[in-house]
Design a protein. Sequence first.
Length: 164
Amino acid sequence: MTDPRAQGRAASYGDPARWGARLVRVVEEQLELCKQLEGLSERQTELVATDDTDALLEILSSRHVLLERIGVLGQEIEPFRAKWEELRSELHEPDRVRLERGIDAISTIVERIQQQDERDREVLTRRRSEVVTELGENVRARGAMRAYGRQDDTRGPMFQDRRG
C-alpha cells in the first residue's frame, strides 16, 4: 500500500524519473562548473604568487561568470533541496546515488576553493600591508631629506649690495 502523503508529494513534483533525471543533470553541470572554478582558483594562486595583477583580474572575472551560472543552477535545485529528505526516497536508486555523489563532490571542491581563497586573501593582505609600510617609510624619508637637505633655490639672491 502506498503512503498517501508520498502520492501527494509525487503529484506536486511529478514523475520522480523525470525530475530525478533533471536534478542529476543540473548537479552534474554544477560539478563540472565547480571543477572549472577549482582550476581557476589554482591559477589564481599562481598569479597571486607572481603578483600578476592584470591576469589575476581576468581570472576573477572568469570566476564571476562561473559563479553566476552555478547560482542559476542552484536556484533550479532549491525547491528540491528544501524537501530533499522527503523526496530522496522517491528517486530511483541510480539517480539518488548519482545525486548524492555529485553533491558530495561539489561540497569537497567548494571547501578546497574556500580554503585556497582564504590563503590567497592572507597573502594579498600581507602584501598590501608591506606596501603601505614601504610607502610610509618613503614619505618619512623624503620629508627628512627636505628638512635637512639644501633647498634648491633657482631664483637667485633677493637682495644685492650694489655699492661695491
